[in-house]
Design a protein around this ligand. Structure first.
Ligand code: NAD
Length: 288
């Protein structure tokens, strides 16, 4: 049987998204090289994968032997140089243009010409990232959702120069991972954040203007619109700093004041209230 083109993949960045992406590829049979420049980040990423697989086994949805096999398909490294001969690299490093620039420049220099370089960026232009390489036709957005092993959607974003062949291969790859690919073009926020972030921002305006309490705002959207989570709880989960960064990208990139970040969101980020990850956002998550 012919192996799928993503039989071997490298995932760069072992954080929240990278470790989930690595786990997902390994679950569907790929040999995965997980690379993170930070040894601690790498260790945490591998521990997150092991914890996640153990939970799936405990729930009775995976045999112990299969979990072991999945874990066995993942190797870990701290040097980007170790990525050489793979047909697909998925980048999931921090959302900073200069870091992505360095990573894509190096990957472009060391990977075979046919290797597809995908990015999991939530808001940076795919076209801009592709311009850091000499293979813009083989650079594409593969926007997985958090938590990756559970969420079905992958937004597949074509940059200005992304080829039909690259798009077709990556779309087929998403399907092979039992995900649902949704195609989008390269405009600020793509579809997911272009629609989601203004809703979150409007919820913060409602709170700031005293239209309702945080609980009422979340309850209206949960029970009234059938959303699984209210917008303020969701913002806490995503990270208020991340929400602010994406709103700034929308505001600058689209030049329309309807995307201006709410002053209360700015104030909360300035105060270090970043949501769940800092223990405090619109809600309090401190356990002691
Ligand atoms: P994270 O901070 O949890 O992890 C990023 C990892 O990248 C860290 O472990 C860090 O050590 C590593 N890293 C930094 N520089 C590196 C380099 N030069 N080479 C290799 N590794 C490097 O971030 P995350 O939340 O996993 O986000 C990763 C990407 O996914 C971002 O582009 C983000 O916008 C996108 N994204 C995030 C979410 C989310 O909900 N967190 C959802 C969709 C997309």
């Amino acid at each position: 049987m012919k192996q799928p083109f993503h039989d071997r993949v490298a995932v760069v960045g072992a954080g929240t998204m990278g470790n989930g992406i690595a786990q997902t590829f390994a679950t569907f049979g790929s040999q995965v090289q997980l690379v993170d420049v930070n040894p601690d980040g790498l260790k945490k990423g591998i521990a997150a994968i092991e914890g996640s697989l153990a939970r799936i086994v405990k729930k009775g949805n995976l045999a112990e032997a299969d979990a072991k096999a999945i874990r066995g398909r993942i190797t870990a490294a701290t040097d980007l140089k170790s990525i050489t001969n793979v047909p697909l690299v998925v980048e999931a490093v921090v959302e900073k243009l200069e870091v992505k620039k360095a990573v894509f420049g190096q990957l472009d220099a060391q990977c075979p010409a046919e290797t597809i370089l995908a990015t999991n960026t939530s808001s940076i232009s795919i076209t801009e990232i592709a311009a850091f390489t000499k293979r813009a036709d083989r650079v594409i957005g593969m926007h997985f959702m958090n938590p990756v092993p559970l969420m079905k959607l992958v937004e597949v974003i074509r940059g200005q120069e992304t080829s039909d062949e690259t798009t077709a291969r990556v779309t087929a790859c998403c399907e092979a991972l039992d995900k649902v690919p949704a195609a989008a073009n390269d405009y600020p926020g793509f579809v997911s954040n272009r629609v989601l972030m203004p809703m979150i921002n409007e919820a913060v305006f409602c709170l700031m203007e005293g239209v309702a309490t945080r609980e009422s705002i979340d309850t209206v959207m949960k029970l009234g619109m059938n959303h699984p989570m209210g917008p303020l709880s969701l913002a806490d989960l995503i990270g208020l700093d991340v929400c602010l960064d994406i709103l700034n990208v929308l505001h600058t990139g689209l030049g329309d004041d309807k995307y201006r970040p709410c002053p209360l969101l700015r104030r909360m980020v300035a105060a270090g209230r970043l949501g769940r990850k800092s223990g405090k956002g619109f809600y309090d998550y401190a356990t002691n």
